[in-house]
Design a protein around this ligand. Structure first.
Ligand code: GDP
Ligand code: K
Ligand code: MG
Length: 269
């Protein structure tokens, strides 16, 4: 049995896509311990593939039940493929989760949804550039209008058999140095594919992750020193350093990939 998880912001079209991929054959329950809906169903085209709908989330921080369920599932369960549904009309906001999904080191592809609405917004997205810069496959679809779903399925099936690994995106180099140092403290304790996720969470002083991995005092002190140094360097707290790094990267991505025709109209008026 292979598992494909659908992850995305609320209202990005997850349920619409989930229904297309599963047909009507699905089961609904709750995630263990919380009243967050858990929906899964076999892939319409191959019953040995299970599609898992994750709760709608904006982030993988530990603050809401939905976020906790999703990150626990992604890190502990490790689906065979994560399809990240991105609302193309709200790409800046949606990419914030995309970057965090990339941080988990899980095999990922992006499904850029609501493509039918882009024209009205007078915006264009360069898919090839976006895929290149994110280093993951990007397929534009309209789940509502059932557009390009075949392509999406082909890419998903391909990713499932290949199980490709993608390079990690790089943030500010001063931040990357700190993350590398923290990763060194975790070598041998955390599997290589998850090192970056754990290093980032420890850098953010994520209490749940701290308690989960229970490092010895020496390592803890080492890591705390690295974080202190970064905070002095940036004159900011570590969690906002991470948040800013993600938004800076998104802003660069959007500048390179999104053409806003409204900008041209304005410059001639
Ligand atoms: P979820 O919260 O991520 O599960 O999102 P839903 O699947 O419930 O979709 C949210 C809303 O967006 C619904 O009204 C859908 O009909 C609509 N929607 C989903 N996909 C598309 C799309 O590709 N184009 C358009 N125009 N609307 C869509
Ligand atoms: K909804
Ligand atoms: Mg939904």
């Amino acid at each position: 049995m292979k598992i494909v998880a659908l992850a995305g912001n609320p209202n990005s079209g997850k349920t619409t896509l989930f229904n297309l991929l599963t047909g009507s054959n699905q089961s609904v329950g709750n995630w263990p311990g919380v009243t967050v809906e858990k929906k899964q169903g076999p892939y319409r085209k191959a019953k040995e593939v299970m599609i898992q709908d994750l709760p709608g989330i904006y982030s993988l921080s530990p603050y809401t039940a939905e976020e906790v369920v999703s990150r626990k599932y992604l890190i502990e369960q490790g689906p065979d493929l994560v399809i990240n549904i991105v609302d193309a009309t709200n790409i800046e906001r949606n990419l914030y989760l995309t970057l965090q999904l990339l941080e988990t080191g899980q095999p990922l592809m992006v499904s850029l949804n609501m493509i039918d609405l882009l024209k009205k917004q007078r915006r264009k997205i360069n898919l090839k550039k976006l895929a290149y810069l994110l280093s993951v496959p990007v397929i534009a679809i309209s789940a509502l209008k059932k557009k390009n779903i075949d392509n999406l399925q082909r890419q998903a099936e391909h990713s499932l058999t290949e199980r490709p690994t993608y390079p990690q995106l790089q943030y500010d180099e001063r931040l990357e140095s700190a993350l590398t140092m923290i990763e060194k403290n975790l070598t041998g304790i955390i599997p290589a594919t998850k090192l970056r996720w754990y290093a980032i969470k420890l850098f953010e002083r994520d209490e749940q992750v701290k308690q989960e991995i229970k490092l010895d005092a020496t390592r803890q002190k080492d890591i705390e020193q690295t974080i202190d140094t970064a905070e002095k360097l940036f004159q900011d707290t570590s969690d906002s350093i991470m948040i800013n790094a993600r938004y800076e990267l998104i802003s660069r991505l959007v500048k390179m990939c999104v053409i806003d025709e409204n900008d041209f109209a304005m410059s001639f008026s």
